[in-house]
Unconditional design. Structure first.
Length: 54
């Protein structure tokens, strides 16, 4: 019983390792914002959130 389980486990592990990962294409770069659009994050005030005290 142990031998058959070990063989099954080894065969499954070999099959899983033999699979090649899919070839993924790189993500395209984000285009720059159109002219005339302001960066809203630069003008926003910073907000600091503090944890509740107990």
């Amino acid at each position: 019983m142990r031998k058959s389980f070990a063989l099954l486990l080894a065969a499954t592990a070999c099959a899983a390792l033999a699979q090649t990962p899919p070839k993924l294409e790189p993500l395209p770069e984000v285009p720059p914002p159109p002219p005339g659009v302001r960066d809203a994050a630069a003008d926003d005030p910073r907000v600091l959130i503090r944890p509740e005290e107990g």
